[in-house]
Every structure is written in structure tokens, then in C-alpha cells.
Ligand binder design. Structure first.
Ligand code: NI
Length: 270
């Protein structure tokens, strides 16, 4: 049974019909015992509202609420307050996705930094896990996480780990190991299946399976052999198969361990 630790049923390019079809396909997989669940991840206020609504509708669906660095420019105090309210809902399990993206720079860097920090503080206040997006900003993301107390003893005592998840991690094996040592979890997405992605393969080999999660980031980052088609939470299977191959473990065992890791990270009980 697989758990997709990061997906976007809330993606604005999906028509409501397409979204419904997606929900029913995952629901069938859950009923057939192939999937255990998925977390719909917010990237701005409207998508966070949607994620919380989806989690309220489908028993196997959970939500994260927060503002992505791309959308940091849309944030203000009122929206942060609304995110705080949404975070209190029963099946909202994390603040995210938050972080820095210096590849696209869709919001200016100081705005990204400001709202990244504010949302880590919110997660600390509410004592909630955080889901991190980092692109071409590895060092600064780590510095800010440390400065804002994301790896505090208080958080570690509360969660039994730091409650920090590096989503679609593209950093080195060395950085992955460093994060794990600090109490973080690492999530692997479709790109690990891409030919020539030796960096992520080496990272997966270096990090203990007890700290790895699998995700789709659907509708993006479709794994091989479906690369080029629209991604769906069901394709998390192909990422898990690749992780199993790298770790020289069975697919079933890899699915079970990454599922348990995801549920432990998000504080979801069976
Ligand atoms: Ni995402």
C-alpha cells in the first residue's frame, strides 16, 4: 500500500470533472488496498482552502496549508490569519508548501524570505510539521530553517523528529544525510526515475529508508514510463519501484516503509 506524501488535487489547471475523476481513481485504489492515502498540498490561500475541503470530503485525503515561494507576493496578514484558521482543521496535517525558489524567482527574493520565515514561525506556534520547497536555494533554506528553530529540541520532543520534510528533494547525498541527522525527512518524486539523474539516485542510496517518503507532486513531474503524460497520485508506484531498486529491497517492503514514514511524519494514525 502506497502513500503519496505530496500531490495537488487543488491544481488550478484541472477542470472540476478531471478532478472528480482523479478522486474516484484514487478512491478505488484505496478500496482495492493499493493506496493508503495522499496529502493535497496548498501553494497559496485558494489552493489551501481547496486542500482543506478535499481532506474534509475524502477519508484517505489529508491537507497541508501554506504559501509557496512563487506565490509569496500574494500574501498579506489577513491571508496568514486565514491559513492559521485552516491549519486548525482536523485533517490539515502540515504547513506547506513553503520555502525558497531562486530558479524561477516568481516572487522577489526578499518577499520569499519574509513569508518563508513567517510560516515557519506559524508552524512552531501551532507545533505542526512543515513541507519545504527548495530550488537553487539549498544553503539559504537550511540557514533559515535553523535560524527560525525548525530543528528545535521542543519540536523534536513533540514529534519524535524535527517535523521537517524536504519535498521533491534535489540536493546532494551529503546534504540529504545532513538533513536526516538534524531530524528531517526526505521526499522523493518522479525525477528519480529519469535517465541520468545520478545525483538523486546517489542521495536515495545514502539516506536511510526510515527517513524516505515517496510523492508525485501531481500533476507535474510524471515518472518514467509515463513521462510526458499528466501525473496522478497512482503513479507514485513508479517512484517507489525505483527507490526499491536503489535500496535493493522488495517493492512491497519499500511501499510499506515509505507509507509508515509518511504517516509518522504527518502524525496520521492507521
Ligand atoms: Ni508541490
Amino acid at each position: 500500500m502506497l502513500f503519496d506524501s505530496h500531490t495537488h488535487f487543488n491544481n488550478e489547471d484541472l477542470t472540476s470533472l478531471e478532478r472528480q475523476a482523479l478522486f474516484y481513481s484514487v478512491d478505488s485504489a484505496v478500496k482495492e488496498g493499493r493506496m493508503a492515502g495522499a496529502v493535497d498540498i496548498g501553494f497559496d490561500l485558494p489552493s489551501s482552502e481547496m486542500a482543506a475541503e478535499h481532506a474534509g470530503t475524502w477519508p484517505w485525503c489529508y491537507a497541508a496549508v501554506g504559501c509557496h515561494p512563487h506565490d509569496a507576493k500574494t500574501m498579506d496578514e489577513e491571508k496568514l490569519e486565514r491559513i492559521r484558521q485552516l491549519a486548525a482543521e482536523e485533517k490539515v496535517v502540515a504547513i506547506g508548501e513553503i520555502g525558497l525558489d531562486f530558479h524561477y524567482d516568481l516572487s522577489d527574493r526578499d518577499t520569499q524570505r519574509e513569508w518563508f520565515r513567517r510560516q515557519i514561525r506559524l508552524a512552531n506556534e501551532l507545533m505542526m510539521p512543515i513541507t519545504i520547497h527548495a530550488r537553487e536555494a539549498d544553503q539559504e533554506v537550511m540557514d533559515i530553517l535553523k535560524e527560525e528553530g525548525a530543528f528545535s529540541e521542543e519540536r523534536k520532543k513533540h514529534f519524535g523528529h524535527a517535523g521537517v520534510l524536504l519535498h521533491c528533494f534535489s540536493g546532494s547525498a551529503e546534504l540529504g544525510k545532513q538533513y536526516v541527522k538534524m531530524g528531517a525527512y526526505i521526499s522523493v518524486a518522479g525525477p528519480v526515475t529519469y535517465k541520468n539523474n545520478r545525483k538523486t539516485v546517489a542521495m536515495v542510496a545514502a539516506v536511510p529508508i526510515e527517513r524516505l517518503l515517496v510523492e508525485t507532486d501531481a500533476p507535474y513531474l510524471t515518472p518514467v514510463p509515463f513521462r510526458g503524460k499528466r501525473n496522478t497520485p497512482l503513479f507514485v508506484e513508479y517512484t517507489a519501484r525505483k527507490v526499491a531498486e536503489i535500496k535493493e529491497m522488495s517493492f512491497e517492503e519499500t511501499a510499506a516503509i515509505t507509507r509508515e514514514n509518511a504517516m509518522r511524519f504527518y502524525g496520521i494514525s492507521e
